[in-house]
Ligand binder design. Structure first.
Ligand SMILES: [Fe+2]
Length: 246
């Protein structure tokens, strides 16, 4: 216990467990060989730009932005799903008003992006991006279709497991975490170097959404539960986040 301050003990912030986060360099994930920093990081002081803008939150999110199946004239092809959960801090307290963004492939495993050359069809009724704000209890909910697996050229016969990319913003642009959500029982998880770059197998499982019968809507869509925990030993693994003091 540190020295008391003003007669009261000082509570220290809990450190993240390094085994629960992916390292910058994970050689089986080829792209990290090129982008991992070779020298110690230099912390830059925030300026007014980083801490004040752009403003995120109320007024920026439209009513149907959370529903990726209702962005076009028709419904997208594929298996409709509901993905929901809570955003909480390391002590389990809800984080309200946070901007969550998601992006994903269509049901055939194709992104609507010019560099995606996978020989799978685009869906005219699916863009693959959505956003919402967490409510007062830290809850969020997206309606979408289950994304498909897709090949990538990391190694011979490499396929990404089905996943949804998640971004969580704090109150300003400098506070952003990015991660990926996977699906329970996906046989491709065992060969995926991005998923397996997280050293602790238990931490990997925190990226796997669980089938949720309570969130499943009769005659309409299966539900999946994916909670995001900020900091602490139960933290959700995120990309490019290493303790700067190590
Ligand atoms: Fe992806």
């Amino acid at each position: 216990m540190p020295e008391p301050s003003n007669g009261r003990p000082v509570t220290r912030y809990r450190r993240d467990d390094p085994a629960g986060q992916p390292p910058y360099l994970h050689p089986p994930y080829l792209a990290t060989r090129l982008r991992a920093p070779e020298r110690p990081l230099v912390l830059l002081h925030h300026t007014l730009t980083e801490v004040t803008g752009p403003l995120l939150g109320d007024g920026r999110v439209r009513k149907l932005d959370h529903d990726l199946t209702r962005q076009h004239a028709g419904e997208p092809l594929g298996e409709r799903i509901v993905v929901g959960g809570r955003l909480v801090d390391g002590d389990g307290r809800p984080v309200p008003g946070a901007l969550l963004e998601v992006w994903q492939t269509n049901a055939a495993g194709r992104y609507r992006h010019e560099v995606d050359r996978h020989l799978a069809p685009l869906d005219p009724n699916f863009s693959g991006a959505g956003r919402c704000l967490t409510d007062a209890d830290g809850r969020y909910r997206f309606v979408t279709i289950r994304p498909g697996a897709y090949p990538w050229r990391n190694h011979h016969n490499a396929w990404r497991p089905a996943h949804i990319h998640f971004s969580v913003f704090g109150r300003a642009f400098a506070q952003r975490l990015v991660t990926q959500m996977y699906f329970q029982g996906d046989p491709l998880l065992g060969q995926d170097p991005i998923f397996n770059s997280i050293p602790d197998p238990a931490a990997r499982q925190r990226l796997v959404a669980r089938f949720d019968l309570d969130a499943t809507e009769p005659e309409w869509a299966l539900g999946y539960r994916f909670d995001v925990v900020l900091r602490g030993r139960e933290a959700t693994p995120v990309e490019g986040e290493e303790d700067e003091e190590r």
